[in-house]
Design a binder for this molecule. Structure first.
Ligand code: CUA
Length: 330
């Protein structure tokens, strides 16, 4: 009863989210790719059916000729079939497909309309730094964009090659160290579009996910305003103690926090100024809640082996204070 019901609820919830499928496009660039995919599938299906029909025809015809040996021969017919089916038809099909791909390429490698917003995405093993140079925002793993507008993405990497892939919005594009690749995408409808690293980059390649969150322009502007602000200065004593733990336990060596006085901290891990505003931690690995955060801080290696965050053993009181501080960073 209960189990079945919760399983059913789970299925409904899964069905409500956008499946990250390239065949479920939600933007003009992805729509081009999906159309091309369906066209090639249709052509391949037609050719398969034709070949199977000819095969059956050949099998039955052969039987008849065996029954009547005098009627054998027809070498010319065989040669004609080889020329038509083996040369002429493949040439026609491949030229048509090549033409469609050449037509799609410029459409995918240029913005459909001029882009007002630029987002820089920098690949790390195994997460994504996300910068909005026009807004002075630095965040991670979740990319908010205004719906219905072309957004320019500038992609690079600090370590190995990664690949930025949000199947419902655009094709794949590599993040290459020392090089900047540019790609444009647009979301036609508000929604959460899951993306995934699409180039093997190490142990946790499979858990290097991201979310593109498309919202109406007003909501995007409100989000950007909130992200531009420095970290909240809480007067709560537990939170203040947590901030001290953050500095004392060395979190700040790798993670930056933007305060009124500037950006303080390291560059090795995600900027945590507005950590509590994000939906997930560990690049889409876990929901952002207190339990997961506590497990992640204590021993991230148990949750995502091979990531760059070392275990942070500390006493329970310090951990509770630290979690209160992290949860205050809205
Ligand atoms: Cu990053 Cu695969």
């Amino acid at each position: 009863g209960q189990g079945v019901r919760s399983a059913a609820v789970g299925l409904v919830l899964v069905a409500c989210e956008h499946a990250p499928s390239a065949l479920d496009p939600h933007g003009p660039q992805a729509a081009q790719l999906a159309w091309l995919g369906w066209f090639m599938f249709a052509v391949a299906t037609a050719i398969f059916v034709l070949v199977m029909a000819l095969l059956l025809y050949g099998l039955f015809r052969r039987r008849r000729t065996l029954a009547q040996p005098a009627a054998a021969g027809g070498g010319d017919t065989g040669a004609r079939w080889v020329v038509i089916g083996g040369i002429a038809m493949p040439v026609v099909v491949l030229v048509v497909v090549l033409g469609l791909i050449i037509r799609a390429m410029p459409a995918l490698s240029a913005p459909s309309t001029p882009a007002n917003l630029t987002v820089e995405v920098i690949g790390y093993q195994y997460w994504w730094e996300v910068r909005y140079p026009q807004h002075g925002i630095v965040t991670a793993n979740e990319i908010q964009i205004p719906v219905g507008q072309t957004v320019e993405f500038k992609l690079t990497s600090v370590d190995v090659i990664h690949s930025f892939w949000v199947p419902q919005l655009q094709g794949k594009m590599d993040l290459i160290p020392g090089k900047t690749n540019t790609v444009w995408l647009q979301a036609d409808e508000p929604g959460v579009y899951r993306g995934q690293c699409a180039e093997f980059c190490g142990l946790q390649h499979a858990q290097m996910a991201l979310l593109v969150i498309a919202q109406p322009p007003e909501q995007f502007a409100a989000w950007a305003d909130a992200q531009r602000r420095p970290a909240v200065q809480s007067t709560d004593s537990l939170v203040q103690r947590g901030a001290q733990v953050f500095a004392r336990e060395g979190c700040i060596t790798c993670h930056a926090i933007r305060t009124g006085a500037g950006r303080v901290g390291g560059q090795l891990g995600p900027d945590l100024t507005h950590l509590a505003s994000r939906r997930t931690i560990g690049a889409g690995t876990l929901d952002n809640n207190r339990g997961n955060l506590g497990g992640w801080v204590s021993n991230a290696q148990a949750l995502k082996p091979g990531n760059k965050m070392p275990p942070q053993p500390m006493d329970g009181e310090s951990l509770q204070a630290l979690l209160a501080y992290l949860e205050s960073l809205e």
